[in-house]
Design a protein around this ligand. Structure first.
Ligand code: C2E
Ligand code: MG
Ligand code: MG
Ligand code: MG
Length: 275
């Protein structure tokens, strides 16, 4: 109750707060039901080499087929899944399903999976990875884990030693949405990472805005100098591809090149593209 803040406040804010709490509770229940009823599925968005435009791999993206709301995107439920802990079994399922799908692709097509920092904190990541790889037969050299800056930085050294352990098995680590967090550039030297994904907010504006172009330029220069691969996210125009080619960016991903698609379509594309 907002009693201490005075009657006026209580009248103004309480109904709104109750509505929010109610919506949250409903979402929690919905999510639990979704998990029990198998309403989650994966789509796969391709990413490509900039030079040759050849297919390099697919990123697994989670979807929820809601009985009345239709397809729900991660931005509407990942945070809730993290707060309730559902992300742990859900994340393990994503890993297993994605590896199973990728095992059917030609051998040079890679798989990227998004991880929540909570999955690391659980302490079960190493076991889950081993199980998913073993069950699918996917070689660890074809798997890449995507983490955001905040996941890598907040957790400090335990995450770092975990990542180092995964890398020692041949699994690659990508820093997702780069540029949106608070990491200093000097972290790039010490973080155990193989790839930087330049956030699409920079890519979206680099053709029109010199400052955004300068940021993209600098990130590619620095990561290349450090031996880290770069992927530009959110490619929507040919002009953006030309800029990335000029800047020496290695990989690209975006709706212009390929939308997220079902596993069967991803497999067909992979077989077509690598023939
Ligand atoms: P992300 O990892 O940065 O994934 C890229 C997001 O950008 C995807 O949204 C994708 O559909 C979208 N995107 C790709 N190309 C374009 C483009 O050209 N234009 C525009 N406007 N958007 C583009 P999605 O699938 O809604 O995923 C959002 C975020 O949710 C992901 O961002 C990732 O952080 C998170 N996420 C997705 N799947 C999982 C998962 O299995 N586990 C966890 N922990 N997080 C996930
Ligand atoms: Mg990602
Ligand atoms: Mg990303
Ligand atoms: Mg992003």
């Amino acid at each position: 109750r907002a009693k201490a803040e005075g009657r006026g406040h209580a009248r103004l804010f309480q109904p709104e707060m109750q509505a929010t709490a109610h919506a949250r509770r409903a979402l929690e229940l919905d999510l639990r039901e979704a998990w029990e009823n198998g309403q989650f599925f994966l789509v796969f968005q391709p990413f490509f080499h900039v030079d040759s435009r050849r297919l390099a791999g697919f990123e697994a993206l989670l979807r929820w087929r809601h009985p009345t709301r239709g397809i729900v995107l991660p931005s509407d439920f990942i945070a809730c899944a993290e707060e309730t802990g559902l992300i742990l079994p859900l994340g393990a399922w994503v890993l297993t399903e994605a590896c199973r799908a990728a095992a059917e692709w030609p051998a040079d097509v890679h798989l990227a999976v998004n991880l929540s920092s909570l999955q690391f904190r659980s302490g079960h990541m190493a076991d889950q990875l081993r199980d998913a790889l073993r069950a699918s037969g996917l070689p660890p050299q074809r798997l890449e884990l995507e983490l955001t800056e905040s996941a890598l930085l907040v957790e400090g050294t335990s995450v770092h030693s975990n990542l180092a352990q995964f890398r020692a098995q041949g699994i690659a680590i990508a820093l997702d949405d780069f540029g949106t967090g608070y990491s200093s550039l000097s972290y790039l030297r010490t973080l155990p990472i193989d790839r930087i994904k330049v956030d699409r907010t920079f890519v979206a504006r680099m053709a029109q805005d010199r400052q955004h172009r300068a940021i993209v330029h600098s990130v590619i220069q620095l990561s290349t100098a450090l031996g880290i691969a770069t992927t530009a996210e959110g490619i929507e125009t040919e002009e953006q591809i030309e800029i990335l080619r000029a800047e020496g960016c290695g990989y690209m991903q975006g709706f212009l090149l390929g939308r997220p698609m079902r596993a069967t379509d991803a497999r067909d594309l992979a077989q077509r593209e690598t023939r």
